[in-house]
Ligand binder design. Structure first.
Ligand SMILES: Nc1ncnc2c1ncn2[C@@H]1O[C@H](COP(=O)(O)OP(=O)(O)O)[C@@H](O)[C@H]1O
Ligand SMILES: [Mg+2]
Length: 110
């Protein structure tokens, strides 16, 4: 995967989203404080579970509720570490108000 095919799209307090420059695709990452890497293996496992819960909720609750045609539940995906590292450096330059923050991103949501 090539980080130059993705650009900053938006973010909330918990997630950061990048979109593909050509295709109608997004990657949604969970944000974690950069100063507390702590047990990164545990954090990665927690992130994976949290993302899976979001997907399951979309699939099992929102989709039946709103209808097949209106909900794309997405999937939890693993990405190459090198790609994510390069993407985080690139996206850091594109984020608004970057002087206020000190975060990196971990889990992934497509
Ligand atoms: N599936 C998506 N497609 C396009 N944009 C998205 C998608 N999910 C999130 N975003 C964008 O990312 C921003 C933050 O996403 P959100 O899920 O609200 O984050 P948080 O979990 O931090 O509240 C949204 O305001 C929106 O602009
Ligand atoms: Mg939000």
């Amino acid at each position: 995967m090539d980080e130059n095919e993705w650009k900053y799209h938006g973010e909330g307090n918990k997630s950061l989203v990048v979109s593909h420059v050509e295709h109608s695709q997004v990657l949604r990452f969970l944000k974690y404080p950069a100063e507390e890497p702590g047990n990164s293996h545990k954090a990665a496992k927690e992130a994976f579970g949290h993302l899976q819960n979001i997907v399951d909720f979309s699939k099992n609750v929102m989709k039946p509720f709103l209808g097949e045609n209106y909900v794309h539940h997405g999937n939890v995906v693993h990405l190459p570490l090198g790609f994510v590292r390069q993407l985080s450096l690139k996206v850091e330059q594109e984020r608004p108000g970057k002087s206020f923050r000190n975060t990196y991103f971990g889990g992934i949501f497509l």
